[in-house]
Design a protein around this ligand. Sequence first.
Ligand code: S3P
Length: 450
Amino acid sequence: MATHGNPVPMIAHGGAPLQGVAEVPGDKSISHRALILGALSIGETRITGLLEGQDVLDTAAAMRAFGAEVTQQGPGAWTVQGVGVGGFAEPEQVIDCGNSGTGVRLIMGCMATSPISATFTGDASLNGRPMARITDPLALFGARAFGRRSGRLPMTIVGAESPVPVRYATPVPSAQVKSAVLLAGLNAPGETVVIEREATRDHSERMLRGFGATLNVEDSADGRVITLVGQPELVGQVVDVPRDPSSAAFPVCAALITEGSDVLVPNIGLNPTRAGLFETLREMGADLTYENPREEGGEPVADLRARFSPAMKGIEVPPERAASMIDEYPILSVVAACAEGRTLMAGVKELRVKESDRIDAMAVGLRACGVSVEDGADWWAVEGRGPGGVPGGATVESRLDHRIAMSFLCLGLAAQAPVSVDDGGPIATSFPVFEPLMRGLGAKIERVET
Ligand code: S3P
């Protein structure tokens, strides 16, 4: 069960270059999916490189509660004995998904077409996030949802007794919504179709195929049309989880803004549905190179090399790129604060419903650090202060949001005065080795004794 416990105040000091190799952990999106599809398969799934962050551990516990056997065999090495599509048992206890929107939304999807009920909850961040985007399409399959006002957790999902397949156009660009519908479609007869106007991360599609589902993707005038044939027999697989580009973003960006830095981040997946940040940084003039580019498990992979880049300039980030870097805007805004000129980030209203309202959390914290930020409902703009130009010297609220905490600690490495966060505890949800990894590169990031 995920509790963040007591707050963990942290501080980052500047003045030290970052140097060396940063081995970041496994991809969070792929780790959740490997456990879930393993649980929905017949036989054993063997996973290596699993992210052992709290979000993923909560999904592992949930899969056990629905009847799968999930076992840690060694660091990052896990096995899942699945129960097969339609084989979920009704959990005896409330399912606590902690901080994880991906966990709760995907799990709601995969239980909603079985004749069982389950009650879900999470931490204060997750219990404040919208769930109607999931329960609306699940209702079309025949599932019912009973939650708090305006569709918040805690919430009980009563699975459909006789599910029907669904054709659903996602109203928001969200891989979680798309994936919940596809997972629900697994236990419905016939074809379930999801249409997404903008391409979002495609890990579910790739992995469903890998586990034996028949899934077809076509581009049409309405967007990407994904058709899944229901009631397949999924078969356990070997899954080697690639490293997380969203975690790589932190040492990469910290190196770009910290004088004297030169950091190598090996083996990072550059799936085009995830790599928008790196493209944006290169457009800003970052000294960021892809070394040893190759294909692994059907995915483009490279070693990222990031060096201090004093010549970076603000840009207008193309709104159509938002889905491919949606989790990276907080750290991009830190780089923008250290670049020359204005960076405009538009088409990003989804940032307002992440683990926190990320536009507001970053705008408030950056202003406290002496950076001008303007923001509107679905855009924000950061006025760069140039290399070494951010005053810093503030304590920022991380709002139970791992990426806000890590972003401000990275800013502290390049600011004139140290930057503190009130609570670095949430970092453990996605990047449990952030502190030793960054300190290993030379970063002065410390816990503050209270
Ligand atoms: C995720 C999808 C994204 C992303 C989240 C992980 C996933 O959320 O922000 O961190 O694994 O499907 P949305 O689908 O809400 O955009």
